[in-house]
Write a protein that binds this ligand. Sequence first.
Ligand code: NAP
Length: 324
Amino acid sequence: MTKRLEGRILAGAVRSRVCSRVTAGLRAGASTPPGLLMIRVGEDPASISYVRGKEKAAAETGIVSRVEVLDLSTSEAVLLARIAEANRDPAIHGLLVQWPLPKQIRPEAASEAIDPAKDVDGLHPYNLGRLALGRPSIVPCTPLGILALLHAGRVPVAGARVVVLGRSQIVGRPLSLLLGVKADWADATVTTAHSHSRGLVNLAREADILVAAIGRPGAVTAEMVKPGATVVDVGIHRLDDPAAPKGVRIVGDVDAAGVEPVAGWLTPVPGGVGPLTVAMLLANTMEAWERACGVIGPATWMEACGLIPEGPGSGELVSGGLGE
Ligand code: NAP
């Protein structure tokens, strides 16, 4: 029977670790609590909901977060000027600009304007470059959450054949880099596939760990999964469903019902990768604050997300079947 890798349980453990380190840092003499500024441009409903979730989670850990909403017509120059101001503000330790952005603003211009030391989404070329060189500093939140989940669930990563479906800047590309780093917590053999990849079904079936990050509901079917493989479902889609409690059903990129009898492990949607993305944003913010204040000395993101020392054991993280 497929076991579920319950991201929401690990996310709770990461949040409580962040909370205790914030308390310890303040006791050790940090003059301000960690500050997180999230800039949202326009009123995209999904962005509103994501940012609200991040704000709520931050408040529970002692991170002081603020959301700044700019009008949809805001120019790139105005946004960049606001980012420059936030870069100089000593009370802001983490800074992010929520995607998607309106068409007059280049996402890469926004990412590159953020001070790499405050870039808690890990999307600045400096941070992505360090990741590409195998010396990660601030790692993008979703890939970091997936790595932590695999480790906490005791899924062997070193030497595993990993196929990542998708090469986006926020998920597929950095995850492929991260899992391929030369280190005992990674060391996977990684293939990154995309919309032009040929023979995708056979390619996917070779994977010990298959990651679906393509943005298409139910696209990963049972025939693409090697029996016993670990399947990580990154996709999030809200589908209209009159039979569902609020008329909406949330599904991932994986056809969960079809894949369940084949896979060894599966991340549920909702409750899998999503909560970890938020938890890792908090961990990245806390670490940026610790570095800025010098309160605890250089901390590692591996420790922040509960990988060292040991995170919750697999017994706490998994459940027996999708129907539970
Ligand atoms: P994205 O920027 O739209 O990128 C999609 C990637 O999938 C692209 O690289 C694309 O290839 C590839 N692709 C599209 N169709 C494909 C196909 N049929 N076969 C193989 N590859 C295909 O997506 P994203 O931002 O990475 O997000 C992916 C999904 O994850 C979305 O559902 C999003 O909502 C979700 N998401 C969830 C979280 C979370 O915390 N759980 C975080 C971020 C995103 P090309 O490069 O050739 O176009």
